[in-house]
Design a protein around this ligand. Structure first.
Ligand SMILES: CC(C)(COP(=O)(O)OP(=O)(O)OC[C@H]1O[C@@H](n2cnc3c(N)ncnc32)[C@H](O)[C@@H]1OP(=O)(O)O)[C@@H](O)C(=O)NCCC(=O)NCCS
Length: 241
């Protein structure tokens, strides 16, 4: 073995021995299936939604896949640190109004073809029914919340159970806030399942506040993107002061 090859072998074996931790990286097209899977496995109030609806693709097709199709540069994943598999993500859009227009044009027609009507009952009876989910896939105007101009961006975040509680959710949100701030977007909002009390505790801890149009059965939370200030509201926000 030449000296050079021996060095390479030594480096490879020391690299192999090094602990490899999950890390955050930008989304890439090969992550799409993993994003689908993560969404499905966390879509029932934070738990596994497999088999809840007649078609497992419904949740990802409403709450994950359109986002990575529309603006993959605002998607970040937690890489497992071993084989490049994504185990969690934050996905977002900077301008919800523009996203709604894109959805009507590019997403609704295909979605309607794939999901013309609710399938046979699964016996699971979720609070968010299959009919409502199909409606959500074809009616993006639901995203035009009253505060959309002050909080133009919105996001979704999901981590597989084995990754939760390690600070990665906070780091994903920080990453997206920084990316939005770099684009000049002042604030971001999210809607969530009121039954997901663990996620609510997480958002509260990170400094999200309720928006005026938030309802107990349909919470709406927002936060400024600029992390360098201590306030959680964007400059000039009088909506929720
Ligand atoms: C909700 C979720 C994104 C949070 O991410 P996470 O990596 O588990 O949370 P982190 O470890 O980054 O926690 C960040 C902070 O929130 C706090 N926190 C998180 N979950 C909490 C809980 N259930 N109760 C109280 N505090 C909580 C942590 O203590 C931590 O505080 P610190 O940074 O001051 O120490 C993640 O658990 C998840 O994906 N859950 C399943 C899917 C889901 O519910 N998605 C949200 C849909 S709206």
């Amino acid at each position: 073995m030449s000296g050079e090859r021996a060095d390479a072998a030594t480096n490879a074996s020391s690299d192999d021995a090094a602990p490899r931790h999950p890390f955050i990286r930008p989304y890439r097209p090969g992550d799409r299936d993993a994003v689908y899977e993560i969404c499905l496995r966390t879509a029932a109030g934070g738990g596994d939604a497999t088999g809840v609806y007649s078609d497992d693709s419904l949740m990802p097709e409403v709450f994950a896949l359109p986002y990575v199709a529309y603006d993959p540069d605002l998607a970040f994943v937690v890489d497992d640190g071993h084989d490049g598999r994504a185990l969690g993500y934050v996905i977002g859009v900077a301008d919800t109004r523009a996203f709604v227009e894109w959805w009507k044009r590019e997403w609704t027609p295909g979605f309607r073809e794939r999901h013309p009507s609710p399938g046979p009952p699964t016996g699971r009876n979720p609070g968010f029914t299959e009919a409502q989910l199909i409606e959500a896939g074809t009616d993006p105007d639901r995203m035009l919340i009253a505060e959309v101009d002050a909080y133009p961006a919105h996001l979704h975040i999901d981590l597989l159970p084995e990754l939760q509680g390690q600070g990665l959710g906070r780091r994903l949100i920080d990453t997206l806030r920084d990316a939005l701030a770099a684009r000049g977007v002042p604030a971001v909002h999210l809607g969530m399942d009121a039954a997901n009390t663990a996620a609510r505790a997480f958002y509260d801890r990170l400094g999200f506040h309720e928006l005026p149009s938030s309802r107990p059965d349909a919470p709406l939370l927002g936060i400024a993107t600029d992390r360098s200030t201590t306030g959680d509201r964007p400059a000039g926000d009088e909506l929720s002061a």
